[in-house]
Write a protein that binds this ligand. Sequence first.
Ligand code: NAD
Length: 273
Amino acid sequence: MRTLSGKELAAAVRERVRAEAAARQPRLAVVVATADEASLWYVRSIAKAAAGVGIACDVVELGPHAAPETIAATLAGLSADPGVHGVMLQTPLPPGASAQELAAAIDPAKDVDGAAPLSLGRLAAGLPAFAPATAAAVLALLDHHGVELAGRRAVVVGRSTVVGKPLAHLLLDRHATVTVCHSRTRDLAAVTSQAEVLVVAAGRAGLIGAGHVAPGAVVIDVGTNPTAGGGLTGDVDLAAVAPVAGALTPVPGGVGPVTTALLLEHTVRAAGA
Ligand code: NAD
C-alpha cells in the first residue's frame, strides 16, 4: 500500500506562495465567534502558517455570544476593505447563526475558503470560483500522486458544503463518475466498495473498514477526529484498510497540511487580482 503524504506537496505550495507574497503583500482576515478550543487552535495554526510565508493574518475575535448581524456586518466590512484580500469565517458559530447564510456577506473575490453560497454555485456551474480549501486539497493531493480520475468511479462519503458537495463538483469536472454517500445512505459498504477512488469526509472515527474498500482502491481520509490521547485520527480504520487499499492518506499529515497551504495560496491569488 502506498502512503499518500501531504507534507511534501504542502511544502511546495508554501514555497510558491512565499515567492508570490513578497510582491503582493496579501492580508487574510479570519472572523472568529467561538470559544471552541479545537477551532481556536486551528485559527492559530493558520495565522502561524500565514506568517511563515509572508501573509499578514488578522484574527477578528467577536466572542462566542456575537449576534449574527454583528458577524455579517464584520464580514461585509472586511469584504469592502481594499487592504484585506482574503476573508474567512471560522466555525462553529454561536447558536442560531448559520454559516451558509452569514458567508453570503463575503465578497466572492475574497472568499478564499469557498464558503459563500455564490462561490459554491459558481463552482457547480463550472465558473471560476474559490473552492473550499479542503475540497481543493483532495484534488491537489490526487494530482500530486498521479491518481487518474477521468472515467473512474469516485465515491465521496459526506455531503457538507465545505467538503462533500464541492468535492463532488471538482471530481465531476475531472470526468470521474461520482457518487455521494451520507448518513442516510443504505448499505454504505455496498456503495463504497465500488469505488476506485474513495474520499471519506464524515467525521466518524473508524467508519471505513476493510469491507468498505475495493482491493487496490485509492482512499483519501479527510476526517479529523480527536483521540483520547490528544491526537487526531481519521474516518478510516487504518489497520483494517491498509492491507486492502492500493493507496491511503495518513491522518495527520495527509489532507490537513495541504488544506492550510491552499488557503494561503488562494489568499495570494486574491491579492493578485
Ligand atoms: P459535517 O459534519 O458537516 O458533515 C459530515 C457528513 O458526513 C454529513 O454530510 C453526513 O451526512 C455524513 N455522515 C455522517 N455520518 C455518516 C455515516 N455514518 N455514514 C455516511 N455518512 C455519514 O462535517 P465536515 O465539515 O464535512 O467535515 C467532515 C470531516 O472532515 C470532519 O472530521 C472534519 O473534522 C474533517 N475536516 C478536515 C479538514 C482537513 O483539512 N483535513 C477540513 C475540514 C473538515
